[in-house]
Design a protein around this ligand. Sequence first.
Ligand code: 5GP
Ligand code: SF4
Ligand code: MG
Length: 443
Amino acid sequence: MTKLGLFSLQHRGQESAGIVAVEDGAARAVRSMGLVSDMPLAPLDALHGSMAIGHTRYSTTGSSVIENAQPVLVSSRGGSIALAHNGNITNAGEMRVDLEDLGSIFASSMDSEVIVHRLARSAANTPERRLADALSGVEGAYSIVMVLGDTLLSARDPRGWRPLVMGRLNGAPVFASETCALDIVGATYERDIEPGEIIAVDALGERSIFPFEKKDLKRCVFEHVYFARPDSRIFGGSVDRARRALGRRLAQECPATNADLVFSVPDSSNSAAIGFAEESGLPYELALIRNHYVGRTFIQPTQATRDAKVRLKYNAVREVLHGKRVVMVDDSIVRGTTTRGLVALVRGAGATEVHMRVSSAPVTGPCYYGIDTPSRDELIAANNNLEEIRASLGVDSLGYLSLDGMLESVPTGPEGFCHACFSGDYPTPPPTDPDKLRFGCGC
Ligand code: 5GP
Ligand code: SF4
Ligand code: MG
């Protein structure tokens, strides 16, 4: 069942996958590099238990090696501790140094491991209070599922940066980053874990506490723009509806008059392109075909693999594009590398004019909260004006959605969202040395 859930969350991370299951108080882990489908079958079949947690990894801190695969699993006084973390802790470097001064020995280079060490040190008398101790003073983004002895725990940071939902299956609670993982196992969505909430589940029942000081809500707007799956509901709203609204607003703000057709860069901008086409009254066509057997280009951690994969991943449909003035809709432009390659493909297939429309504002800064856009000098919109970007991508016209347009389009917007990578308005001080926080990854 946990494996099924991970299949649905594969888009959130493709570097490694893992499951920890607890049977009669004994926790065992299976972790491997690559996709969920690459996990070794025999050890997985041998995993049984009354509770389990799983993780697909996309590295934001720490390199892509098996030592950094999650869930983390260690033994401690109070029983096994297993942790699966989504997000990025911005003061992990300082916390790690403090813990090492106290004698902790780290087994990985992940930011998440500091939570495990802090939990092991807590003297509180309930599992949820121990987790509260471990998380106090932790800055940045975390949506967490954990095992501590015989207790299942889940927690979401006080700003609610990353999604985390709770569902129910045959009376038992199920936690996941997105509702699409509840759907695949047949669980019913119950509610979101609230920002700042910790939930504990064990033989004594289900308990919820709010141990942290209340903070301003900062849900990641990029989850709606790009990261989450359109069949999910996150932050109390539908991702599909958000993306269609983004596309419609984009068509109002940056119309493409005189174009013949609209197409998306599959799959992440499909819904936005449909919204754009509906609003413009233009036909929506399938002009780019994506090879589903090659991973997400951007998700690969080094620039070299990213460049090489554009052509592996997409091909253009000549019959749709030849002799046409086209609108290419994408959800975001980060480095511009993929887009430049795609524009060349589209022109090569005979399009006479290419008008690029982007259903988010220009990305001008790195994310420190769990999306891998680490360095400002790599961001095309941080270093070039609109005309320079247009020329560099080789398009006839270029239009981005405004920041206000983006925030007003998402459900439950415009308040309560983080938009730091678009606006420069960072809710926390940036990590003092973000490169060092990457612990030797060098990418
Ligand atoms: P670029 O032209 O900037 O190289 O790539 C743009 C493409 O990357 C878009 O299709 C967009 O959907 C995708 N993208 C944007 N941000 C991210 C991200 O943080 N992670 C991944 N995996 N893909 C991204
Ligand atoms: Fe999301 Fe951007 Fe904020 Fe990161 S900086 S959490 S990607 S909105
Ligand atoms: Mg895309």
